[in-house]
Design a binder for this molecule. Structure first.
Ligand code: ADP
Length: 329
């Protein structure tokens, strides 16, 4: 108690909070006013704890100031939660600005293409038809709608995956055929990226699969391989191995810097500069959610400048689903 009298209480206050608290306290003391402040205080075990310190002036029956009655409440947990929430709000704001930018880019290109069509129809429609300009502009616009719908689909997936447990919808199917279909769907994108895509799936790999989730995971991995693949060949392999179905997507592109490798499955995490590569940082997170829901695993090997190889292992049985969160539809 003796240590606490006067300004003794301030000895354990964190150096970064000390001056602010002293100023506030001395001002309140001088005016005989109540005060309230938050600071970090050294606990007996050497840990810094956040304290909410409130003081109310006390007066004698004769109206004289008789010091403060106060309370110090440990609000460390509350403070940690508050910081986490603040960080999440910031992440959301950053994400919204990236998402708006990503959505705006195809919209602008589409607007240019539509303007070109309108001008052509107004000025010289026959010439525009004959020269193919009108068709080219319409195709540019159509290409951008595909890009927009991929982005919107990713955004929808994020809110769906974040808000509700996944309901699986399993049907009997062959993964090799699924991979073939996914690759057929990205053929135009592969041609545009200048990557030859090869499918190595000699045998059927049949099981009870949730096709939508597997297609989603695979399509994300393949489109990343095209995007970051440096115009080099991409190979997709489907095989049965050690009681699991294994999908491999391999590229020979830019690779992932070692120091960023641990983060990239996180939501909104990216390991490339926004200026060079568009994207929301959601594809891998979505892929991972899909694979985990099926009781599977996803991992990768990557070397900067040499390429990246993603592995997805899916168990044939549904046993791994009983993680409590998941329900089988
Ligand atoms: P996005 O591609 O929209 O940024 P993803 O979640 O799909 O988001 O990927 C996260 C990050 O992982 C990417 O920004 C990129 O840095 C890295 N990455 C993913 N796939 C590859 C790949 N095949 N090669 C190199 N880097 C990749």
């Amino acid at each position: 108690m003796e240590d606490e009298i006067g300004v003794g209480w301030a000895e354990g206050v964190h150096p970064q909070d000390f001056q602010r608290c002293m100023d506030l306290y001395m001002r309140a003391f001088g005016r005989r006013e109540r005060f309230e402040m938050e600071y970090r205080l050294l606990r007996a075990d050497g840990a810094w704890r956040w304290i909410l310190d409130r003081g109310v002036p006390r007066t004698t029956p004769f109206g004289e100031f008789a010091g403060y009655v106060g309370s110090c409440v440990d609000i460390t947990e509350h403070k940690l939660l508050e910081n986490e929430l603040r960080q999440r709000v910031k992440d959301r704001d950053d994400f919204l600005s990236i998402a708006s930018h990503e959505l705006k880019t195809p919209l602008t290109t589409m607007q240019f293409a539509i303007d070109a069509v309108i001008r052509a129809i107004r000025d010289r429609p026959e010439e525009a038809f004959r020269s193919g300009k009108m068709l080219a502009a319409a195709q540019r616009a159509a290409g951008q709608t595909v890009r927009l719908s991929v982005l919107v689909e990713e955004l929808l997936d994020v809110s769906r995956l974040a808000s509700s447990p996944l309901t699986l919808d399993r049907t009997r199917a062959d993964l090799s055929s699924v991979a073939r279909e996914v690759l057929a769907r990205v053929a135009d994108a592969a041609a545009a990226a200048g990557c030859a895509v090869e499918l190595d799936a000699p045998d059927p790999v049949t099981g009870m699969w949730d096709l939508r989730r597997i297609e989603r995971a695979l399509a994300n991995l393949v489109s990343n391989a095209l995007k970051y693949g440096g115009e080099k060949p991409v190979v997709v392999t489907v095989e049965a191995r050690d009681g699991c179905a294994r999908l491999i997507v391999e590229d020979q592109g830019i690779g992932i810097p070692r120091e960023r490798q641990a983060a990239i499955f996180g939501r909104f995490e990216r390991a490339v500069s926004e200026r060079h590569y568009g994207g929301l940082g959601l594809g891998l997170w979505i892929s991972r959610q899909c694979v985990l829901a099926l009781g599977g695993e996803i991992r990768f090997e990557s070397e900067e400048g040499k390429g990246t190889k993603f592995f997805v292992d899916l168990p044939f049985s549904a046993a791994a689903e009983s993680s409590g969160l998941l329900t089988t539809g």
